[in-house]
Write a protein that binds this ligand. Structure first.
Ligand SMILES: [Zn+2]
Length: 68
């Protein structure tokens, strides 16, 4: 996977949710700490799925797999 200099999203450091750069507060956990250094995107459609439990996702959303 080619890495671009600027990711289209930033990741919440607390819950790994991916949001647009304009967003100031995480819509999922209200955190204001974000990171541009993240890897992999997974879209959770149902919180009962196995990937949702691995990510501890509480809401259908797009999440980063790894956030530094
Ligand atoms: Zn969050």
């Amino acid at each position: 996977m080619a890495r671009r200099r600027r990711m289209p999203f930033k990741a919440c450091k607390k819950c790994k949710a991916l949001v647009e750069h304009e967003v100031e507060k995480c819509p999922l956990c209200s955190s204001t700490l974000f990171s541009d250094d993240w890897e992999g995107m997974v879209i959770i459609l149902t919180v009962n799925s196995q990937s949702a439990s691995v990510l501890k996702a509480v809401k259908p959303w797009r999440y980063a797999i790894k956030v530094r």
